[in-house]
Design a protein around this ligand. Structure first.
Ligand code: SF4
Length: 299
């Protein structure tokens, strides 16, 4: 089994060959690697568990309040648009597929080289998946995404003459395209009435008390019934931008929020923060006591 840290700042494996590799973590050793990854994961889990999650409100606000909240967001983000760079429905479709589990900024850094190499569905359909993997490897899950975008391009060529279809059914039939991706393409590329629910939209809609739905579809239904169809495609951007800039997952900036007077989560956030403050103060006190006990025992 791998040993505990040895003197110095590194680790060595019990089965390590005679040639000493010094005080470094030898990731070429499978046993050592799995031990190290285990320690790393445990450390990350410990860190995460220290941050108390902010609970969502248990009830929806009234329809009147909900509509006022959405009107305030509409006024706060009148020009909100997608952050993804694209020049055609084809590029938007590919960019949205790549954006799953990945930031839009990262996708925008990736797509110029991809679209320079494969500017059309026909070109991408003829690509080797391994070549595409190399171009998108900075995105999370790049192997699956490379497979999906090549397969989607082939489906576009075979079934739609290389064009992106304009109906939800046809879009959702493409590899790698689910309801959210289809909604983004329909609303952004074609101006259709669609409301996409991503992680920001899900969180902000809950915090504002617009929904208590547990699935993206339930959230979509709750939010769209508050708005005329003509506003659905804009509402998606209001909530995303608000989630990115103000109503952040771990540290919502309620003091700067234009909706705070109506938001049922403002008090929940304050209470959670107070709890976090208490637990970190208690932790600091415990560490201080442990240090002084250890000093006393040495003296
Ligand atoms: S008041 Fe706070 S929790 Fe509510 S929407 Fe604004 S930032 Fe989010």
């Amino acid at each position: 089994m791998p040993r505990e840290p040895r003197a110095g700042n590194g680790y060595r494996c019990a089965g390590e060959p005679a040639a000493d590799n010094g005080n470094v973590i030898d990731l070429s050793c499978a046993l050592h690697r799995s031990w190290f990854i285990g320690r790393l994961v445990a450390a990350i889990e410990r860190k995460i568990s220290l941050v108390a999650a902010i609970p969502f409100p248990k009830r929806k606000v009234s329809q009147t309040i909900a509509k006022k909240e959405l009107a305030l967001l509409a006024a706060a983000y009148p020009h909100a648009v997608t952050a993804l760079s694209y020049r055609s429905p084809f590029e938007l479709l590919i960019a949205v597929i790549l954006s799953a589990q990945c930031t839009d900024a990262r996708v925008n850094l990736t797509t110029p080289a991809l679209f320079a190499a494969y500017p059309t569905a026909k070109a991408l359909a003829a690509a080797r998946v391994t070549d595409v993997e190399r171009l998108i490897q900075s995105c999370g899950f790049f192997r699956t995404k490379a497979k999906n975008i090549v397969a989607a391009a082939r489906a576009l060529v075979e079934t739609h003459a290389g064009r992106v279809p304009e109906t939800r059914e046809e879009l959702e039939a493409l590899p790698g395209v689910g309801r959210k991706t289809a909604s983004v393409v329909l609303s952004v590329a074609f101006g259709a009435a669609a409301f996409a629910v991503d992680t920001h939209v899900f969180r902000v809609a809950h915090r504002l008390g617009l929904t208590i739905g547990t699935t993206p579809l339930a959230v979509e239904r709750d939010v769209t019934m508050l708005l005329p169809e003509s506003k659905w495609r804009f509402a998606h951007h209001w909530l995303i931008l608000h989630g990115r800039t103000i109503c952040k997952a771990q540290r919502p900036l309620c003091e700067r929020c234009p909706v705070r007077q109506l938001c049922p989560s403002a008090s929940i956030v304050a209470k959670t923060r107070a709890g976090r403050g208490n637990s970190s103060a208690a932790g600091a006190e415990a560490r201080r006591r442990a240090r002084s006990t250890s000093r006393a025992s040495k003296e």
